[in-house]
Ligand binder design. Structure first.
Ligand SMILES: *Cc1c(COP(=O)(O)O)cnc(C)c1O
Length: 370
């Protein structure tokens, strides 16, 4: 039985019979993983869909990001400038790659890394900038590119939230050296678990794909301390089927966003706007509860919960609050005023195509009725 609870998202799913037909073929083929037929087909299709020149498929976004941080040959223990306003996988990946994250504050409109505050954090040990396109809002890719050229830094983007987004008509994965995408079930387009890397430099392909397969170069040669980042055939099948339907979901979410936008024009509630040159992925619907609103963000969450609606404080806590990082990093909270402000005010509302009219009306009523 399905619960009546309403959560922040719901995964898209193909027609069950379409999926089981595909499963039958996988059973007949006897190949379940290790760069099978469906894996290769999906990898190629995603390169086109994301409008990028190279694309490598992974079993999740985290292994993809760890691979990105390893193949760029950043000096061991060098510093990567990033923001704590992200999912822990971003920061974990830096540390697990033997590098040190340096936290930069965010920009209040996009909630992405504040490019104007990056230069102050650069020192002799800085080797890279890792920007997160939070909720699909784009980092200031132009400014970051300028800084990276000036200081000879690599640029990696965590694009987990921005599947199919375009900046100035170009796939968002064309910016920086490497962009990671996640295809986890909570993401707009998913392969149950999955992820990938987009990159411009053709020379990276062999290295990335070798790293993805334990670093095994050939029968007799293991060249890198790689990992197991291979996507299996059943996930690839889910991806191929979801590629056919994700745009319908995006369209439904666009209409839901328009509904929320119209009905949440309320004093004290700020709805962050996508910059004009960027297309929305429709991954999340975040709002900012400012001081002029009569209730705190946490009180709203309680009110919604009493009606079985589970909005999320995403990202609260931020990564500058977690013990696993506090133990090993020097974190200067005074450098992070916007992160520490936004994390207490942000609220992500339920955002998926199947959200019922009743539910969306109820959510807006709860927010209006104060
Ligand atoms: C989902 C997500 C990841 C991790 O991706 P997985 O595929 O779950 O490993 C990394 N960064 C951000 C911002 C995410 O939202």
């Amino acid at each position: 039985m399905q619960s009546d609870n309403i959560y922040i998202t719901k995964p898209i799913l193909p027609k069950l019979t379409d999926f089981t037909d595909g499963i039958e073929k996988i059973f007949e083929s006897d190949q379940l993983t290790n760069m099978g037929k469906l894996h290769n087909e999906l990898e190629k299709k995603l390169q086109t869909e994301l409008d990028v020149s190279n694309f490598s498929l992974f079993n999740n976004g985290t292994t993809a990001l760890i691979t990105a941080l390893n193949v760029l040959e950043l000096p061991p223990e060098s510093e990567v400038i990033t923001t704590p306003y992200t999912f822990p996988a971003t920061i974990h990946s830096i540390i697990l790659s033997g590098l040190k994250p340096t936290f930069c504050d965010i920009e209040p409109e996009t909630m992405c890394i504040n490019a104007d505050k990056i230069e102050n954090l650069i020192n002799d040990k800085t080797s890279a900038i890792l920007g997160v396109h939070v909720y699909g809002f784009p980092c200031d890719v132009q400014k970051i590119e300028k800084i990276s050229k000036k200081y000879n830094l690599k640029v990696i983007y965590d694009g987990a939230h921005c599947f199919s987004s375009k900046i100035n008509g170009q796939g968002i994965g064309n910016y920086g050296d490497i962009t990671m995408f996640s295809f986890h079930a909570t993401k707009l387009f998913h392969t149950i678990e999955g992820g990938g890397l987009a990159y411009k430099d053709n020379n990276l392909k062999q290295k990335i794909n070798t790293f993805r397969n334990f670093g095994i170069e050939s029968e007799n040669a293991v060249t890198y301390l790689g990992l197991n980042g291979k996507m299996n055939e059943i996930s690839a099948l889910m991806g191929l089927k979801n590629l056919e339907i994700y745009k319908f979901e995006q369209n439904k979410r666009m209409l839901l966003k328009q509904f929320y936008d119209r009905n949440l024009m309320i004093k004290g509630i700020k709805i962050p706007k996508m910059p004009k040159n960027t297309t929305d992925s429709y991954q999340y619907y975040p709002i900012i509860i400012n001081d002029e609103y009569p209730l705190s963000r946490d009180k709203i969450i309680e009110k919604l919960k009493s009606k079985n609606i589970y909005a999320r404080k995403y990202f609260y806590p931020a990564c500058n609050d977690y013990d696993c990082y506090k133990k090993i990093l020097e974190i200067n909270q005074d450098d992070l005023p916007i992160v520490n402000d936004i994390k207490n005010k942000v609220l992500c509302l339920p955002f998926y195509g199947d959200l019922s009219d009743n539910a969306r009306n109820l959510i807006c009523e709860v927010l209006k009725d104060v």
